[in-house]
Design a protein around this ligand. Structure first.
Ligand SMILES: *Cc1c(COP(=O)(O)O)cnc(C)c1O
Length: 427
């Protein structure tokens, strides 16, 4: 499929039915698979032959959808996970172990921040957080001898900072480690981080990829470009025999193209089991079939709403990288010339009270902690996710009391702006 445009890939990649096969991806709702001889089965366990034996590790429905996502990102292999959290954990833990260190952008999803700073810390994995706006010198200074990965988000949730992917890739490669980028917000329709030097791409498919708020899921894509064997001493899990898999050395047997995902499936999925259900994978694929159509509308609505709010007297500032004058406008133009996503944040002049009245008066935009859905939704962190903080703490956390995050859905922008207009008038 690789020569088609991204639009065609969204519709058709991943699954090619044979003569008389179902046109739509079949949902293989089976935990297990049948074989004629123990020898046939043995070959699968030894990773000598491809095939399925138990859906905790792999399932054909999931693999069709993963193959589509790999093609969309321009990668060589991919896997689905039960959630975006599992995708980021697996991507990191596949190459980190007790004693390893990660360099991560500080501007990332709260769940990923906790994953690294709390849960992975308990496993003896350390992290240094660094501003995505740091200089090359500051970035290089964050590395240690035991650094094994660099992590960032293309467009960060919720801060909406844009990662200078090339700057992060260059530093990662200078230190012999891969760059992992969570590309949830722009999706491959608007940015393909592998083109800019990213080695591993992750997704919370729960967001735009599904796009209908219907199925939680995640994905990991390998670019197939990182040369693990050239940095053998750093990645023993990939470059030395796996005794739990009959002495297979993943980087030798599956090469740069397949080693990362094969190890992640046969070790981490096997042992930790965060598999996506085939039903969810099917729903995810329905979302992917229209991703290219939907992303354009999310961007159109996000841009229109951002421009409207920017000129409104009750709004002190708008944060959207598609607005000229935004701190990330230039780098967003470079990495995402067709726009980033539909998530906009803005501060209301009247603080917490204004936000409360505004939110109460919205009719179309629902109050939700979700983003990246067909239906527009809004969140005021000061009265919800961050309600335990006082005004000073809110400012220090970068979420002043009047801040509203709005995820523009697929409705008509005229109706969205009319809804905002009346809710702003009520303040
Ligand atoms: C939501 C989100 C996650 C976590 O994904 P889940 O599917 O909720 O587990 C990770 N990264 C980003 C950027 C997200 O927006």
């Amino acid at each position: 499929m690789s020569d088609y445009t991204i639009n065609t890939k969204c519709v058709q990649s991943g699954y090619t039915p044979g003569n008389g096969d179902p046109r739509q991806i079949p949902i293989i709702q089976s935990t297990t698979f049948k074989y004629a001889t123990s020898e046939d089965m043995g070959k699968l366990f030894d990773l000598e032959a491809p095939g399925y034996f138990y859906s905790r590790l792999q399932n054909p429905t999931n693999d069709y959808v993963a193959a589509k996502i790999a093609d969309l990102e321009g990668g060589t292999a991919a896997m689905l996970t039960g959630s975006g959290q599992a995708a980021n954990f697996f991507a990191l833990f596949n190459i980190c172990e007790c004693g390893s260190h990660i360099v991560s952008s500080s501007s990332i999803y709260g769940g990923t921040y906790n994953l690294m700073s709390v849960t992975m810390a308990k496993m003896g994995i350390q992290v240094t957080f660094i501003s995505p706006d740091c200089t090359e010198e500051e970035l290089n200074a964050a590395f240690r001898e035991n650094t094994r990965a660099v992590f960032g988000e293309t467009i960060a949730n919720p801060a909406l900072t844009v990662l200078d992917i090339e700057k992060f890739a260059k530093a990662a490669h200078a230190h012999g480690v891969p760059l992992i980028v969570d590309n949830t917000f722009p999706t491959p329709v608007n940015c393909r981080p592998i083109q800019w030097g990213t080695d591993i791409v992750t997704h919370s498919t729960t967001k735009y990829m599904d796009g209908h708020g219907a199925a939680v899921g995640g994905a990991i894509v390998d670019s197939g470009k990182f040369d693990w064997m050239a940095h053998k001493e750093k990645f023993p899990g990939l470059c030395t025999p796996d005794e739990s898999y009959h002495g297979i050395t993943y980087a030798e047997k599956f090469g740069k193209e397949g080693a990362f995902i094969t190890k992640c499936t046969s070790q981490l999925m096997r042992d930790l089991g965060s598999v996506q259900s085939p039903q969810s994978a099917f729903i995810l694929n329905l979302g992917l079939e229209s991703l290219h159509v939907r992303m354009a509308r999310h961007v159109e609505n996000g841009q229109a709403v951002a421009e409207f709010l920017q000129n409104h007297p009750k709004v002190s500032y708008v944060n959207y990288s598609g607005l000229p004058g935004n701190a990330y406008y230039e780098i967003a133009q470079k990495y995402m010339p067709n726009g980033g996503c539909g998530v906009v944040s803005f501060e209301l002049k009247g603080g917490r009270q204004a936000a409360e009245i505004f939110m109460k008066n919205l009719k179309l935009a629902a109050i939700e902690t979700h983003v990246a859905d067909a239906r527009t939704c809004c969140l005021n962190p000061a009265t919800s996710t961050h309600r335990q903080m006082n005004e000073e703490q809110l400012i220090a956390a970068g979420v002043p009391a009047g801040l509203v995050r709005m995820s523009c859905g697929l409705e008509d922008k005229k109706d969205l702006i009319a809804d905002l207009t009346q809710a702003l008038e009520a303040i």
